[in-house]
Write a protein that binds this ligand. Structure first.
Ligand SMILES: *Cc1c(COP(=O)(O)O)cnc(C)c1O
Length: 395
């Protein structure tokens, strides 16, 4: 075992990869270098700021085109997108939904919005995401597949769906997960909130289940201020998604008639305008983000005690948030290192507290979470903004 991790070496390695002209470097700042002003101004000039307008349609078309899905439906945020995804695949009251313990709280929250119960699943170190092989062994043990679905033998409840999350932009191992979903009659819903621009075996994330959710929050790869989208290759699900997110109103020249309980989840035109301008730049954003990741990867090779996390071999990742993984025996140093970096002008953050440790989810069912527990202790996110990936560092 090597000795204590050298905080100064870690700090210097990060600093050497970043611009020198800033006192403080944030984790992920938005970058507006294209048509943002023009498009937003057009909304103000024409008065089309709210719930309908050409930018919403254009944004949805651009998203579908970019991700290779048949349809995209824009909504107010990623959480709302996930909520509707679960409704679309038929998650109902008292169902269980399998979600990773290592995720942002929205993935688990939306399950409860449907009256269902999150059931927490372990992660694998290769992807930082859901481990399909470990889940398969677990379901073999606790689940029973009947003609009307998959049931948890311990709780008697139906297990309706599984929601993998592509952690920090790195795709989970989707092929074995798709196979597992067929075998256990589970719906697959991808939480692709962090993975716009990430591909699994050459195909964009969000294409493996019947529906998937994206987020355009201020800290994501592209932002609409706040926003999200539902992706699907199923035309009829896209129609339902649009209907449910626009108060379930039947089209009519003046009559207000709603045929079910809907949601006011549609994305305002103003936000979509920002989104169109951002999406136009996505290829160059990805190039910059990947070049920063490459720089970190090279720079961290000789540094003891930490490893820069790189994309799994089946993936092309957007490197949304760059990850340093502390070596196992250095985990106790995590908080000290975080404090040291933040004090020295480098914003660094830990991974989320695991879902089953939050008070509202502590009684939820869960499998053995050893790997997620270890990852939680070892993950540190370091600066990842698009603008950090320019050419200045080599100058
Ligand atoms: C960002 C994010 C969401 C959605 O967040 P919103 O802020 O509601 O857009 C959902 N899941 C994960 C994993 C996320 O990172």
């Amino acid at each position: 075992m090597t000795g204590k991790i050298n905080f100064h070496a870690v700090l210097k390695t990060i600093r050497d990869c970043l611009p020198k002209d800033r006192e403080f470097i944030g984790l992920h700042e938005p970058f507006f270098s294209g048509n943002e002003w023009n498009y937003v101004k057009e909304c103000l000039d024409t008065g089309w700021v709210s719930s309908v307008g050409k930018f919403v349609d254009r944004f949805e078309r651009l998203l579908a085109e970019y991700t290779g899905t048949r349809r995209a439906v824009a909504v107010v945020n990623g959480t709302a997108a996930l909520h509707i995804c679960l409704k679309l695949v038929g998650v109902e009251k008292d169902d269980e939904v399998l979600v990773p313990a290592l995720t942002f709280v929205a993935t688990a929250n939306v399950v409860t919005y449907c009256g269902a119960i999150p059931h927490f699943v372990d992660s694998e170190e290769k992807t930082l995401g859901l481990d399909p092989y470990k889940l398969s062994v677990y379901l073999q043990e606790i689940a029973e597949v009947r003609s009307d679905g998959c049931f948890n033998k311990q709780t008697g409840r139906r297990i309706k769906a599984v929601v993998p999350m592509h952690t920090f932009g790195h795709p989970v191992d989707l092929d074995p997960l798709v196979e597992l979903c067929h075998r256990f009659k589970l719906e697959l819903v991808e939480d692709a909130a962090e993975s716009l621009g990430s591909y699994y075996k050459g195909r964009h994330t969000g294409n493996w289940g019947r529906v998937a959710a994206l987020s355009f929050n201020g800290n994501k790869v592209v932002t609409t201020g706040g926003g999200g989208a539902i992706l699907t290759n199923d035309e009829s699900l896209a129609k339902q998604a649009k209907h449910l997110t626009t108060t379930a109103k039947l089209p009519h020249q003046w009559a207000f008639y709603h045929d079910q309980i809907g949601y006011n989840y549609r994305l305002p035109n103003l936000n979509a305008a920002l989104g169109c301008a951002q999406l136009e730049q996505l290829p160059s954003f990805l190039e910059k983000k990947r070049s920063l990741a490459k720089r970190y990867q090279e720079a961290f090779k000789p540094v003891n005690g930490v490893k820069f996390f790189t994309e799994p071999d089946f993936a092309y990742s957007n490197y949304w948030l760059n990850v340093l993984l502390l070596d196992g025996h250095q985990a106790a140093e995590k908080n000290h290192l975080l404090e040291f970096m933040n004090q020295h002008g480098i914003m660094a953050r830990p991974a989320w507290t695991l879902m089953h440790k939050l008070p509202m989810f502590s009684a939820c069912p869960r499998m053995d979470l050893t790997v997620a527990e270890r990852l939680e202790q070892r993950i540190i996110n370091i600066p990842s903004s698009v603008f950090l990936g320019g050419d200045y560092a080599s100058a």
